[in-house]
Design a protein around this ligand. Structure first.
Ligand code: ADP
Ligand code: ZN
Length: 738
């Protein structure tokens, strides 16, 4: 008996092994095995096929061991991974390894604890008094944070708390012992394999009902839907009810979400509705927990999976529906390690397994919109918010006008309009969110005499000044330097420009000394616990102003927020990336959606140097349709996706090595272009050097992937043994252009 094995190593291709008779009964498709590979006597591999005959001229070796009592991959997943390996041009073994929970990747990984029922946590009576007493939990910040969260959110599934506080288990137990928190378990009663909904579903609005009916009507075969609904239009409720119908028919469901840690209520809503039938897959869980959740799916004990990107490979049984929430979110694209796009794989998986696919977003990606226009996806619209609350008006502040007026050096870049809006919000005891997608105090430090910039010695980027820590920091490799007021080159005085969140915080504190202010970015909070704690304080209205990076644009529904200020809308616009405008529009639409979700009307103030740029002007009018129209035209004219497909070759190495490898690739590619494929480059990447390694790239563009695969085949020889010791990676449908 022969097997074809994908070895968990950075090699493309599959290898044939012989199965010794005593192992033959234990082997099936998708099984994990140990095989000798190269010089290694024990490498992990995955059985992906059963060839009739060995390839010519190879000396066959034997499978050493079978690792699990049952194959971790179902035949459907083996097929999906095989497709992904061919399309994304990645080493199959690496992809298969990435598709399994980390608990299983360790040898002999045992299953973690199994669950019974849904656990809920709720603040006990009198907990609010204890929380208000500054002495009560003074020495227990973790408990204080957990309690604060519960006070803000009420009774919630413990999973939601776990997503918000991955390391909060001890704190929760301690709080229960102190009598400040109640823990309850609800054991769901199975009825013919279908769990009753634990939380009642609201009556749907007509638009929601139409969407659910359309999705339900397509059940039983493949059909893709693009669910376009503004923030708060009730998309999640559509997912929940569509999944309930699938479950009533005894089928399984898969829900992909961008980042569970920032939106813990979402997993909570699924758990509250479907109880133990939900398995969660995200990085907030320990390896053993992820393994346990994965096993529950694999065994069919849980039939709904809610997870992040890698959950596209979750072993959901009898899959009938896949939902991709916030389908435009860039986090669905994996770019480190084996590159793949979870949303695009969702299309493939749904097709292969005959499932319905729902891609939901307030700002659909242009790829998905174009698919809808061509009739590949059916578009469903939720045109208004559930409660008919209007989207907040957006006011643009033209910073270039201010600058011409001599009003340079605005502290924290806060123009008078935004300052005044913050002041009014504070006077009315309401809350404000200020968003700026740049960390630190100043993003660029230069010498006033010789013009020399403070740059990272390892990466071709400038260092960011972090005033509180007194350092210059490279945001790419983490190198730090002490701040020196004098230029190391000429001794001249140095000064900084480019406002970061730290400076905004300083300015807000100086302008509004009585305001309670917090900052949310990767410097201010270093763990998911701290993030959740800050968000919980804001939710409880113990904070008036929350300043932060993208972290403040997602996540919670804060009814007290009536002002959203975008300090600088232009940060993403200037990036050398054809999706820069789309990203800018999406970010603005998302952050604007945070304002006015409660009883008071909201308002949004957006500061920009480019008020007439369509991405900004149209986001200010909440006009997705007009933006998409114009941007699609531009993409068509310039020959960018969704009208073409792209493939990147990313090269890293020494200065000479990277260049040589890039040139060798280009030379090998030229004969394969055949007038069908455009080659951009070879060129140094936008960030020419990272961690001391030089980076080059080549971009290929064609109308269909087929021509790109032909080019890739022509590059295989060079890629296998790149000249100059460089490394080469391919990236199909690349997102990062840096
Ligand atoms: P989205 O996912 O589009 O942002 P949600 O599904 O989260 O919207 O809905 C926004 C809010 O409206 C939530 O608080 C949700 O519970 C509530 N909601 C959704 N649908 C309904 C409905 N049909 N009736 C009443 N409330 C609803
Ligand atoms: Zn660096």
């Amino acid at each position: 008996m022969l097997v074809e094995v994908a070895v968990a190593a950075a090699v493309r291709g599959r290898f044939t092994y012989r199965v010794p008779p005593h192992l033959a009964p234990a082997i099936s498709l998708g099984q994990r095995v140990v095989v000798p590979f190269g010089k290694s006597r024990r490498a992990t591999g995955y059985v992906v096929g059963f060839p009739e005959a060995p390839p010519a001229g190879v000396e066959l070796r034997d499978v050493v061991e079978v690792l699990d009592p049952f194959p971790p991959f179902t035949p459907e997943l083996v097929e999906l991974l095989r497709w992904a390996e061919d399309y994304y041009l990645v080493p199959p073994g690496e992809l298969l390894r990435a598709a399994l929970p980390p608990g299983l990747n360790a040898r002999g990984g045992e299953a973690g604890p199994t669950r019974r029922g849904v656990e809920y946590a709720a603040p006990a009576e009198g907990a609010d008094r204890a929380a208000a007493d500054p002495k009560a939990l003074a020495r227990a910040p973790a408990q204080r944070a957990v309690l604060g969260y519960l006070l803000a959110r009420g009774r919630i599934p413990v999973e939601e708390l776990r997503a918000a506080f991955p390391k909060g288990r001890a704190a929760l137990t301690a709080l229960e012992r102190r009598g400040l928190v109640r823990l309850e378990t609800e054991t769901p009663v199975a009825q013919g394999g279908v769990l009753p909904a634990a939380a009642t579903a609201p009556a749907l609005t007509p638009a929601q009902a139409a969407a659910v009916a359309a999705i339900d009507g397509a059940a039983g075969g493949f059909q893709a839907f693009l669910l376009h609904g503004v923030t708060g239009s009730g998309k999640t409720e559509v997912y929940l009810q569509a999944i309930a119908r699938a479950r009533a028919a005894g089928k399984g469901a898969l829900v992909l979400v961008p980042e569970i840690a920032l939106t813990p209520q979402l997993s909570g809503r699924f758990r509250a509705r479907f109880g133990d039938d939900v398995a969660l897959m995200h990085s907030g869980l320990s390896g053993a927990e992820r393994h346990a959740e994965w096993l529950r799916l694999r065994r069919g004990d849980a039939r709904i999976c809610v997870g992040v990107r890698s959950a596209i490979f979750a072993p959901v049984q009898d899959l009938a529906i896949i939902v991709v929430d916030e389908e435009h979110d860039p986090s669905f694209k994996q770019e480190d390690g084996p590159a793949y796009h979870a949303r695009d794989l969702a299309v493939v998986r749904a097709k292969r397994e005959g499932a319905v696919l729902v891609l939901g977003s307030a700002t659909p990606s242009l790829e998905s919109l174009e698919n809808a226009r061509r009739g590949r996806y059916r578009k469903l619209d939720l045109p208004g918010r559930v409660d008919d609350r209007p989207l907040p008006p957006v006011e643009l502040v033209d910073l270039s006008r201010l600058r011409r007026g001599g009003d340079i050096g605005l502290p924290g870049l806060l123009a008078p309009e935004l300052r005044e809006a913050i002041g009014r919000t504070l006077e009315a005891s309401q809350q404000a969110i200020l968003f700026l997608n740049r960390r630190g105090y100043e993003t660029l430090v230069t010498c006033e005499v010789c013009g020399e910039e403070a740059r990272c010695t390892e990466c071709a980027v400038s260092l960011t000044h972090h005033a509180r820590r007194g350092i210059l920091l490279c945001h790419y490799c983490g190198r730090t330097e002490r701040v020196d007021a004098r230029c190391p080159a000429c001794g001249g005085v140095r000064s900084g420009v480019g406002v970061g969140t730290e400076q905004v915080e300083e300015a807000v504190r100086a302008l509004f000394p009585r305001a309670r202010v917090a900052r949310l970015d990767r410097d201010a909070v270093t763990s998911a616990d701290e993030t959740a704690a800050v968000l919980a304080r804001f939710a409880r209205r113990e904070l008036d102003v929350l300043i932060g990076t993208q972290m403040v644009t997602k996540g919670h529904d804060f009814p007290g927020v009536t002002l959203v200020g975008v300090v600088l809308a232009d940060t993403a616009l200037a990036l050398p990336d054809f999706r820069a405008a789309e990203r800018t529009f999406q970010l603005l639409a998302q952050v604007a959606g945070r304002a006015g979700r409660g009883a008071e009307a909201g308002r949004v103030v957006v500061q920009t140097f480019n008020p007439r740029t369509p991405a900004i002007a149209l986001a200010a009018r909440h006009d997705y349709a007009a933006f998409a129209e114009g941007e699609l035209e531009r993409r068509r004219a310039l020959g960018y996706p969704p009208f073409t497909r792209m493939m990147a070759a990313r090269i890293e190495g020494s200065e000479a090595g990277a260049r040589r490898a890039a040139e060798a690739l280009a030379a090998a590619a030229r004969p394969a272009l055949q007038g069908e494929v455009a080659m951009l480059g070879p060129a140094p990447a936008a960030i020419e050097r990272l961690r001391g390694r030089y980076r080059w790239h080549l971009l290929f563009r064609a109308e269909a992937p087929k021509a790109l695969f032909r080019v890739h085949a022509a590059l295989a020889r060079v890629a296998l043994r790149p000249p100059g010791g460089a490394t080469i990676r391919f990236d199909m449908d690349p997102y990062s252009m840096m």
